[in-house]
Design a protein around this ligand. Sequence first.
Ligand code: ATP
Length: 423
Amino acid sequence: MAKDEWTEDPRRLLMAGPDFDLSSFDRSATPGWSRGKRAAKKAMRSRGKLLSELQERLYAQGRSGGNKRVLVVVQGIDTAGKGGIARHVMAMVDPQGVSLASFGPPTPEEARHHYLWRIRRALPKPGRIGLFDRSHYEDVLVVRVEDLVEEEVWRKRYAEINHFEKGLVDQDTVVIKLALMVSHEEQGMRLMERLDRPDKRWKFSSSDIPTRLKWDAYQEAYADVFRLTSTAHAPWYVLPADNKWYSRLAATEIITRELVEMRVQWPKPRWRPDVQRRRLAETMSPESLARSVAETEEVVLEAIEDSSEVGREAFTLLTEGLDAERRSAVHDALRVKRESFMADLERTIANKRELLAAVDPTLLPPEEHDAPSPDAGNQRAEEQPTEDRPRPDKERKARKPAKDKKAGKGKGKRARKGKKSKN
Ligand code: ATP
């Protein structure tokens, strides 16, 4: 799992601090990752599940009136791989919860407004992850290098951008800024490939070579961006991008870790499940209600297990570097949450049995007496060292037949057979 393979939190390794020096930055390095490309792809897939649940929770809280959101700013020169972040990283989450925006030369209407006007309009709504492919930083990059406005105008923008981003952070937006830094040599190779491959030629623009010729000026402009706008509230993460698999992996990890730290929970519904369940049951035939009763444990347990698996992964990330006491506090919180899910499942089953008993008690499946204990399996797994833990997929497959037998369709069939023999 990815959590075991990063030697260190990539945010610590890649954040542009006061001593950051772009001129000596190794763009082919893979800081924090020594296991190569194949393991990286596998790790990304495994993170996808966590990322996806975190995004869904964020979306759910947004739908329930929460204000939290995430803005991922992706910057980089041509061919650096900005599009790949949108395609490969954001593809792991539900597209409903993501808003993508890219920024080219301002349209005549945009040019009539302040440069932040179009940026404000594209900001993610509550519950969303917004991804900017290029951004307001173009207004201190291309604008500076191409002399599109006077120096005294673009000079003032660094402070203005910091102030703007602080405002976003103060209003519950987590701002994640990723700069993809490719080497001059690698950019040359990628541009040549675009020229060579008929299916990639559309990506080539006649301005690519003139822009490449201004390499040093762009590097200087980027260095100033990192020096002047990597703030405590919205730091820059500078990602070596000669290996696309590395920059995608690092982007995934940074975004996941930021989302974990937001600690977004599933919102509580404003309605009572038992009241709505009764209303729904009234619209169902006794047979389908009986089938639903028989399936409840399997369906809900599987969801709880998935969620606990994600919870364990988040736990590992959240408690990295914490002392034993704080680790144990987070662990307790996870256990309490799981207990509350299991108690909820028990209430659900009891409630549904009551509803079925009221319409046709002969359809009731036999009662479970060996209801799983609240932290069965998972607590044990949390306490085991990671390497000794059974792989979650295998664990679930191994348990599944037992669950099917205990709570699944088998039980429903037994109930129906019982009914026949009684009559
Ligand atoms: P990309 O090069 O990002 O893959 P693309 O080739 O499809 O995208 P567009 O998205 O249309 O091109 O535009 C990107 C270009 O727009 C870049 O050259 C960028 O420098 C330029 N650009 C972005 N913002 C501004 C701005 N505020 N002023 C001038 N030019 C800008």
